[in-house]
Design a protein around this ligand. Structure first.
Ligand code: NAG
Ligand code: NAG
Length: 333
């Protein structure tokens, strides 16, 4: 029994596509990443190819407001990076906290639009890694909450334009006891934004802060406890490892004050400790993916369901399901 010609063609196209996709997937195995496997524990010290010029960017949580030593997550994270073998220079126009390398760009009370303005102060230092936690004040002030994601998107564009090749870790917001609804809306906008940016191949990883840090780990309904700040460091660290695994991280550019290297003596002066900070164990969820990616996966499944009966149909001389063939045809077009 003969199939109609278009159905026949689609079945073969499907089989070839599935074979190509399967081959590409097996060849690309070492490149593909599963964020679920990125955990914050058991990271051995290794030699890294370049230094990280890290810009902690945001508001009071970035500063480490209400933490006893004033370092917030920053000291924990720096120590973890150093323990893992990265040379680190934290940058920013402010210096607060007891840690030696205490530069940052965190400003108490700042909304996204204000963070975007102040960020310009640090960008001439050309960070190759930018950690953004901003938007809590937009939520607290009920300031244009519905378009927070758009303002963050503009900030991302500003950062990529000013420092081409930089890697951005975008944090969702930690739980908030004062304005939980706007805060979780902003986090959702960031997830969608991260999916969009990743679909267009921007060097961006989402740091999912909204679930690991609990609403019980807040000192004032807004700022984390010491444990909460330590957990934030674990989430940043998992996201940075994800960025490294995906090949996003690049050597920093030269600036007026740094040629992109850091001397051993200087690094030593900046260090508080390079011991294992023993961050809380954290397993990151998978990175958000764009809807276009989802559509391709769905089309592959359609193909699989089309191709299998086609092969079986050929073996048993029965017509494969024509309605599936028609559906797959429309998906492929
Ligand atoms: C993103 O990169 C992938 C793999 O290199 C490529 O197939 C795809 O076309 C790129 N997408 C965009 C929007 O540049
Ligand atoms: C960068 O500058 C330092 C001195 O500040 C120098 O020792 C080092 O060789 C320079 N590295 C490069 C790659 O130019």
């Amino acid at each position: 029994m003969r199939h109609s010609a278009p159905t026949h063609w689609v079945v073969w196209a499907c089989l070839i596509w599935l074979a190509v996709v399967a081959t590409a997937a097996s060849l690309g195995d070492s490149d593909t990443t599963d964020a679920n496997e990125v955990t914050s524990t058991f990271q051995a010290r290794g030699t890294k190819p370049f230094m990280l010029r890290v810009l902690p960017l945001g508001a009071s949580i970035t500063q480490g407001y209400k933490s006893q030593d004033g370092n917030g997550y920053r000291k924990w994270l720096r120590q973890q990076l150093r323990y893992a073998g990265w040379e680190v220079d934290m940058i920013g126009s402010r210096k607060t906290g007891t840690m030696h390398d205490n530069d940052h760009e965190g400003h108490v009370g700042y909304r996204i639009d204000q963070v975007a303005k102040i960020a310009k102060k640090s960008l001439k230092q050309k960070p190759n890694l930018i950690l953004i936690n901003a938007g809590t004040n937009d939520g607290l002030q009920n300031y244009k909450v519905g378009t927070a994601g758009e303002r963050m998107d503009s900030l991302l564009t500003e950062l990529y334009d000013a420092v081409p090749g930089t890697t951005i870790i975008l944090s969702t917001l930690i739980p908030n006891g004062k304005k939980p609804v706007p805060i979780s809306s902003i986090s959702q906008q960031y997830r969608d934004l991260a999916a969009k940016r990743r679909a267009q191949n921007d060097s961006l990883v989402l740091a999912e802060m909204s679930t690991f840090i609990k609403s019980t780990q807040l000192v004032d309904g807004i700022h984390p406890t010491a444990d909460g700040y330590e957990e934030m460091a674990a989430v940043w660290w998992a996201a940075i490892q994800e960025a490294d695994t995906e090949g996003f991280l690049r050597a920093p550019a030269s600036t007026a004050t740094s040629n992109g290297t850091i001397s051993k003596a200087r690094e030593k002066a900046l260090d508080d400790s390079t011991d294992d900070p023993d961050l809380p164990a954290y397993t990151a969820p998978a990175q958000p993916t764009g809807s276009s990616n989802g559509q391709v996966k769905a089309a592959q499944m359609d193909c699989l369901f089309l191709a299998l009966p086609a092969v079986l149909g050929r073996l048993t001389s029965r017509t494969p399901y024509p309605q599936l063939a028609n559906h797959a045809q429309s998906v492929l077009h």
